[in-house]
Design a protein around this ligand. Structure first.
Ligand code: SF4
Ligand code: SF4
Length: 110
């Protein structure tokens, strides 16, 4: 099943009605914006990225408020990711698709 991001019903895409969909993406650290080390993961080649926790979301996301805990120091990639633009809409659609599939799976499990 696919959900076409361009034909979703007319719900305005704002961070206030989103479960921080984009904070599940891999965020590479390209510049130094002051992200605390505890949120950083370093791969075998020395590449630095925001660490994701087991639930799939960024380690710097407050799970109670679903807001960024390091907003003033957030990575460049996060600053460039614009609410309401194509990538934002696509992530929201992908998340909605996952939620629908999971709810179908639960409702059809005997
Ligand atoms: S930028 Fe878009 S995908 Fe990210 S939290 Fe805001 S509405 Fe959700
Ligand atoms: S650093 Fe903040 S804005 Fe960027 S992915 Fe993590 S929680 Fe989201």
């Amino acid at each position: 099943m696919t959900v076409n991001a361009t034909t979703l019903p007319g719900v305005e895409a704002t961070c206030g009605n989103c479960e921080a969909c984009c904070c599940r993406l891999k965020v590479m650290l390209i510049t130094d914006t002051g992200v605390p080390d505890k949120f950083i993961e370093i791969d075998q080649w020395g590449g630095r990225s925001m660490a994701l926790l087991e639930d799939g979301w960024c380690s710097a996301l407050d799970r109670n408020t679903m807001r960024c805990m390091i907003y003033e120091k957030r990575p460049w990639v996060c600053r460039e990711f614009e609410m309401g633009e194509y990538d934002c809409i696509s992530e929201r659609a992908a998340n909605l698709q996952g939620v629908l599939i999971e709810s179908l799976r639960v409702s059809t499990t005997p």
